[in-house]
Design a protein around this ligand. Structure first.
Ligand SMILES: Cc1cc2nc3c(=O)[nH]c(=O)nc-3n(C[C@H](O)[C@H](O)[C@H](O)COP(=O)(O)O)c2cc1C
Length: 200
C-alpha cells in the first residue's frame, strides 16, 4: 500500500481550515501530516521522496496560491526527490463558488507538468471558511471521504463541494458573521474595508 503525506500550505497552518480538512482526510485513511513553515523547506524536500502520494491542503489566496506554498514549490523545484510522488490537491476558498479555485488548481497542475511530477486527485471546496461549522459539514466530510479513497486507491479523480445556498443568502450571512467578528475585536466594518486592516 502507498504512503501518503499531507502538506499544509496555509500561512496560518496551525490554526487553519486546511488543517481541519486534513484531519477529516486522516479520519478516512492513514497519512502523515506536516505544516509548511518558513524554516522547514529543506527538511520537507528530503522527506517527500519516501511517499507515493503528496496531498497539498491549502487555501485560495487572491485567486492563486498562498506565498507559503509558492515558496515551498520553489524549494521543491530546486531540490526534487529521486522518486516523485503523485501530487493531489485539497483546496478551499472563502467564496461560495468552488470554481473560484480552478486557476489555483491549474497552477498546481502546471507546476507538476513542468517539473515531472505525476498529478493526481483534486478536491475544490467553496465556502471553506464556514462549511465545517454548519449543518452542511456532512457535504465537506463526504467529499473528503471520496477524495481520500481516490488517493489511497490510486484512482485519481476530481471532486468539489460547497454549501447549497443562494448566493444572496450566503453573502448576507457571511457579512453578518464578519461584521460581528470585527466588533468582538473592536474593528468596524468600515475599517475592515480598508487596506489598513493588514496592519491591525
Ligand atoms: C489574504 C487572503 C486572500 C484570500 N483570497 C481569497 C480569494 O481570492 N477567493 C476566495 O474565495 N477566498 C479567499 N480568501 C479566503 C480563504 O481562502 C478562506 O478563508 C480559507 O478558508 C482560508 O483557509 P485556511 O484557514 O486553511 O488558511 C482569502 C483569505 C485571505 C486571508
Amino acid at each position: 500500500m502507498g504512503r501518503i503525506l499531507i502538506l499544509n500550505g496555509s500561512p496560518r497552518a496551525p490554526k487553519s481550515n486546511s488543517k481541519r480538512y486534513a484531519g477529516l482526510f486522516m479520519d478516512c485513511c492513514k497519512a502523515d501530516y506536516c505544516d509548511i513553515t518558513k524554516t522547514n523547506h529543506r527538511e520537507l524536500c528530503a522527506k517527500v521522496g519516501a511517499y507515493t502520494d503528496l496531498v497539498f491542503a491549502f487555501p485560495l489566496y487572491a485567486d492563486g496560491l498562498p506565498v507559503t506554498l509558492l515558496n515551498f514549490l520553489k524549494a521543491l523545484e530546486a531540490e526534487p526527490p529521486q522518486q516523485k510522488p503523485t501530487v493531489s490537491v485539497l483546496i478551499n476558498c472563502g467564496f461560495l463558488e468552488y470554481a473560484q479555485n480552478h486557476t489555483a488548481v491549474e497552477m498546481m497542475a502546471l507546476f507538476c507538468k513542468q517539473n515531472g511530477w505525476p498529478f493526481g486527485s483534486v478536491l475544490e471546496i467553496g465556502s471553506g471558511e464556514a462549511i465545517l461549522d454548519t449543518p452542511f459539514r456532512f457535504l465537506a466530510a463526504g467529499s473528503i471521504k471520496k477524495f481520500a479513497k481516490s488517493v489511497k486507491e490510486g484512482r485519481y479523480a476530481s471532486f468539489h463541494t460547497t454549501m447549497p445556498l443562494p448566493k444572496s443568502l450566503f453573502l448576507k450571512a457571511s457579512t453578518a458573521y464578519w461584521t460581528e467578528y470585527g466588533k468582538k475585536h473592536n474593528i468596524s466594518k468600515e475599517q475592515m474595508q480598508t487596506m489598513q486592516i493588514e496592519q491591525t
